[in-house]
Design a protein around this ligand. Structure first.
Ligand code: ADP
Ligand code: MG
Length: 368
């Protein structure tokens, strides 16, 4: 027998919600109700509904944002939006943003049932497809790839140290060749690390009190080592807020996100340039959030690319993976309930803005 489908009704008018609840329960669905956006997101995380019926007029969070969050949490949750009378235009806009179907008020019970059946049919077929796919998912493939690549890399690195010790390093061709091998080994190691970071399952533990200003100085240090020569020509300025409160976060993940962003800045500068990092505290709404701005005056990016920068595998670099910003997005938005934005102008530079809540909801930190 088919499992009972769970539906979350997001509707601020409780009377309306109860009417729909009674009807859908009678049809055999399991129903849960949220009267505002925040509760809706919490319930999506906690209850993993099969579908969400989303009324667009909510008191707190704009409907688009809720839709985005739901799809980020799990893009297999079907979202049917409910618009006011004559809201077709809004509906089309939401469908483009990832909604699965829409209903305009007033709608009858039949339209509601038909819409649910249609989205479930598509969704179930999609899930079934995934199960039977001949190709493994990236979640399975990347760890396999990492394992297969890392072992020989380790051996190559070890053998290279021996060659280096026994060779005449004054011979320029030999020393240059050794350097090439070293660089390539490092590149492959980083590539494999990015693949793993991209698929690593959400860290349900590991949230501690993190001092953002401290993470920034650690990351600057790492990068100056990584880009030894280039770092001489780049001026890094920090304008930190000394009163910045500590935040609840996963230290390693935040470090990884900052590292990826600053690595991009280094790669965008190439010759000479400046990087500025600013931190500030916004107390509203309590307990507030921390904002971090990374600005560089590197080569920037074309306007038409702006929508693509966070997409996995999008890169404009000959040897990029296109995973750095996708990982940042996962870490900031999905694992810390924060925000990340990038603004870039070709020839001028780039600014990445991150907002991290001082204490993300319990669903994110894994606390019970
Ligand atoms: P990768 O660095 O491997 O290309 P990322 O996900 O880190 O992958 O970045 C994706 C793309 O975003 C880059 O290829 C580049 O085009 C653009 N980008 C990111 N950061 C910057 C920056 N600071 N300046 C210019 N372009 C950037
Ligand atoms: Mg990168």
């Amino acid at each position: 027998m088919e499992a009972t489908k769970k539906i979350l009704l997001v509707e601020d008018n409780l009377e309306d919600a109860e009417v729909v609840r009674r009807f859908l329960e009678y049809q055999g669905y399991k129903i849960s109700i949220a009267q505002d956006g925040q509760t809706a997101i919490e319930k999506v995380l906690r209850e993993t509904p099969d579908a969400v019926l989303l009324d667009l007029i909510l008191p707190d969070i704009p409907g688009k944002e809720i839709l985005k969050k739901i799809k980020e949490i799990n893009d297999e949750i079907a979202v049917i939006i409910i618009t006011g009378y004559g809201g077709e235009e809004v509906a089309v806009d939401f469908m483009k943003a990832g909604a699965d179907d829409y209903l305009s008020r007033p709608f009858g019970n039949n339209s509601l049932l038909n819409s649910l059946k249609a989205v479930f049919q598509i969704r179930d077929a999609h899930i079934e497809d995934k199960k039977h796919s001949r190709f493994p998912s990236l979640e399975k493939f990347f760890p396999f790839l990492a394992h297969e690549v890392r072992n020989p890399l380790h051996a190559i690195g070890g053998a290279l140290v021996i060659i280096q010790r026994r060779s005449d390093l004054k011979d320029e061709i030999i020393s240059r060749s050794i350097k090439v091998i070293q660089e390539e080994v490092q590149h492959l190691n980083e590539f494999v690390q990015e693949c793993l970071d991209f698929v690593r399952p959400p860290a349900k533990s590991g949230f501690i009190e993190v001092e953002i200003n401290e993470v920034i100085s650690v990351v600057i240090n790492i990068l100056c080592h990584m880009f030894e020569e280039l770092s001489q020509k780049i001026r890094i300025t920090t304008e930190i807020d000394p009163q910045l409160p500590r935040i609840q976060a996963n230290y390693e993940e935040i470090k990884r996100a900052f590292l990826n962003i600053l690595k991009n800045s280094f790669e965008a500068i190439r010759e000479e340039g400046e990087i500025t990092i600013r931190t500030s505290f916004n107390p509203e709404p309590p307990p507030g959030s921390v904002e971090i701005l990374f600005t560089d005056n590197g080569m920037g990016n074309k306007k038409e690319n702006s929508r693509l920068l966070f997409s996995p595998f999008f890169t404009t670099k000959a040897r990029g993976t296109g995973l750095g910003l996708a990982i940042c997005h996962r870490i900031v938005a999905q694992r810390h309930n924060g925000e990340i934005h990038i603004e870039s102008e070709e020839g001028k530079g780039t600014t990445v803005k991150i907002v991290l809540p001082v204490s993300p909801p319990r669903e994110f930190t894994g606390d019970q």
